[in-house]
Design a binder for this molecule. Structure first.
Ligand SMILES: [Fe+2]
Length: 200
């Protein structure tokens, strides 16, 4: 269950439209390493995670990724608000506009629709957490790539916030992996002696 707070996790106030940049940033909504996939990954994986504290981390981070999705959508929305047909044509936004007008729809910068095949929910805690750590790094790299293309400080500011959170998530999943490995090790240490019982 969720309670909705009617505010963004980090404020977005963009005064200059830029549809060309919006087409790039939309990748963090519905692209292969975007926030929609991130939230679905963690909120799907949590059910089979056997350790409560790690399930809690997946729920926390998956929820926060939904809040990030909202920030990315607010950025894209404000970058394309009230565009004229001339601005749409000149910026190359016409290919998106013809299918979605100025609405938000999850796709990559290259126009590929969002797909659940961009993530896994494998039912193995070690496998899932390695994927999660890699996913956070891929999201961080994408924000780095976006920041190289952004000149407007009103856009760069919330993007920098999102980038910083990916690093925190990476660290939290690193701790989670350590917790899982400690659990597995403790079974080895206390249930049998691997130097003696192995092979029996
Ligand atoms: Fe993240």
């Amino acid at each position: 269950m969720w309670n909705y707070e009617k505010r963004l996790q980090y404020p977005v106030k963009i005064t200059q439209t830029n549809p060309r940049l919006a087409q790039v940033i939309i990748s963090q909504f519905g692209g292969p390493d975007g926030e929609l996939g991130a939230s679905m990954r963690y909120l799907s994986q949590r059910y089979t995670m056997p350790y409560k504290e790690v399930t809690g981390t997946l729920t926390d981070v998956g929820t926060e990724e939904l809040a990030h999705l909202e920030i990315v959508c607010a950025i894209v929305y404000q970058l394309t608000k009230n565009l004229t047909p001339e601005e749409i044509e000149r910026s190359g936004f016409d290919k998106y506009y013809v299918d979605h007008t100025l609405a938000l729809w999850p796709q990559s910068a290259g126009g590929v629709p969002w797909s659940s095949t961009t993530f896994q929910s494998k039912g193995d805690p070690i496998t899932d957490l390695h994927e999660d750590m890699a996913a956070e790094q891929k999201a961080r790299t994408t924000y780095d790539n976006i920041l190289r293309l952004v000149k407007d400080p009103e856009v760069a500011d919330p993007i920098r916030f999102l980038r910083a959170r990916e690093i925190v998530h990476y660290q939290r999943f690193g701790e989670s992996l350590r917790i899982v490995q400690d659990h597995l090790d403790s079974r080895n240490f206390y249930a049998f002696n691997p130097a003696f019982d192995l092979g029996k």
